[in-house]
Design a protein around this ligand. Structure first.
Ligand SMILES: [Fe+2]
Length: 413
């Protein structure tokens, strides 16, 4: 790599790292320690873990005499990489009151200085690829940090805002739900080999799309409210068997964060009135699937979604928009941003998939079981961190991410 490219990477490194800290600017140290459920992690843990990732997979591998900042951090902040050692139990991350927030910030500064020094001295391709992976990993955690703290604060009886300065979008219109004809036949899907991608987006390959139509926008709160009002949560005929069990066992009768009277919802900006025209969010796969069945439609497959999104600019209501909440719009098909869109595709390897070599092979491949693929990014995804081929994945009962619904249909024959 030439020096200019390395210098640009060093600048990007600092930008991404600084962005993470900026996201936390309105939090107190106390906020950053709480873990509200096993699926979510404390902010402080995220800050330390993404730093550990650079320490373990960049500094320890590319600096021969690097000495770990603190050996205990290797155990505390390893997430799930068994090939590099044991780790603290995920559901107990909220018990790590020490190291303190200030100590974690000092750890970040130490690792940042070492990475910058390394980039000032070396320029091999392996190193560059590893740093780029670390930055994309950090951007994934920026999103998780926001969704996790939203859950934490929602559990506080005072419903505190994470950031009371967040923009409040003007309520737009949503119009009648309409569909466009999708392309059918043999289509190529997967990463195109231009720029960074995760291993789970590869290899690009052919797939068969049957004649179908795909929704022109996301399903709105008003439309989802109709499903609630007709008693959708009380009629088993709309639900997958697993979904019916989950909603009854957990007493679900509305999206996560909606108030009981269905008037307001908890947001990162505190409690707000629900905008009826904004995309519904914080619904599980089971709820998305039931809504689609009630609406006489279905969820798109991940490949129908990708083929429709492939020609669309990756613009939308993303993290930089500053809303951190889905917004109503009549000007966009909403493929990117607002909410991750549930697809009917289970998260599986593509034909010929090979995980990354070594420990980082644990990054994606080992999760390819029992989860559903979601597409398109959300209102808390960084704008340069989303693309048409990007696959994220969640268990079908997950709701704490910004997860929403686009409809599709088989084409009339
Ligand atoms: Fe991670």
């Amino acid at each position: 790599m030439d020096r200019d490219a390395i210098t640009a990477l060093a600048v990007r490194y600092q930008n991404v790292r600084d962005t993470t800290i900026r996201l936390c600017a309105t939090l107190s140290p106390e906020d950053t320690v709480v873990q509200s459920m096993p699926d979510s992690s404390p902010t402080k843990w995220h800050l330390a873990h993404i730093t550990w990732f650079f320490e373990r997979f960049v500094l320890e591998e590319f600096v021969s005499d690097y000495v770990r900042y603190n050996d205990d951090f290797h155990f505390l902040f390893n997430s799930y990489y068994y090939s590099v050692g044991q780790m603290h139990a995920r559901p107990r991350r909220g018990l790590i009151s020490r190291p303190t927030y200030a100590e974690v910030i000092a750890y970040r500064a130490h690792v940042d200085a070492a990475v910058q020094k390394l980039l000032g001295q070396r320029d091999e391709r392996d190193l560059v690829e590893r740093v780029v992976l670390g930055l994309n990993h950090e951007q994934q955690h920026q999103e998780l940090l926001l969704t996790d703290i939203k859950h934490v604060l929602s559990c506080n009886p005072l419903s505190p805002a994470m950031n009371s300065d967040l923009g409040v979008p003007a309520s737009g219109t949503s119009g009648e739900y309409s569909y466009s004809e999708g392309r059918a036949g043999i289509r190529s899907v997967g990463a195109r080999g231009m720029g960074f991608c995760f291993d789970n987006e590869t290899p690009r390959h052919d797939t068969l799309l049957h004649p179908h139509e795909i929704g022109d926008r996301l399903v709105s709160n008003a439309e989802y409210r109709e499903f609630i009002d007709i008693g959708g949560y009380g009629e088993s005929k709309w639900w997958l068997s697993d979904g019916w069990s989950v909603i009854n066992e957990r007493g679900w009768n509305r999206p996560l964060y909606w108030s009981e009277d269905l008037i307001s919802e908890f947001t990162l900006g505190g409690m707000r009135e629900i905008d009826q025209n904004a995309p519904v969010c914080h619904v599980s796969f089971y709820e998305a699937d039931a809504f689609a069945r009630w609406a006489g439609a279905r969820l798109p497959t991940e490949f129908e979604w990708e083929d429709a999104a492939a020609d669309i600019e990756t613009e939308g209501n993303l993290m930089e928009s500053g809303y951190w909440q889905p917004v109503a719009t009549a000007d966009s098909r909403q493929f990117f941003g607002d909410v991750w869109e549930w697809t009917s595709s289970s998260y599986s390897p593509y034909p010929g998939f090979t995980p990354l070599a070594g420990s980082l092979g644990e990054y994606n491949g080992k999760f390819m079981c029992n989860q559903m693929t979601v597409r398109g990014g959300s209102c808390v995804t960084a704008a340069d961190h989303i693309r048409a081929s990007y696959r994220s994945f969640f268990y079908p009962d997950a709701r704490w991410q910004f997860l929403g619904i686009r409809l599709a249909k088989d084409a009339a024959t």
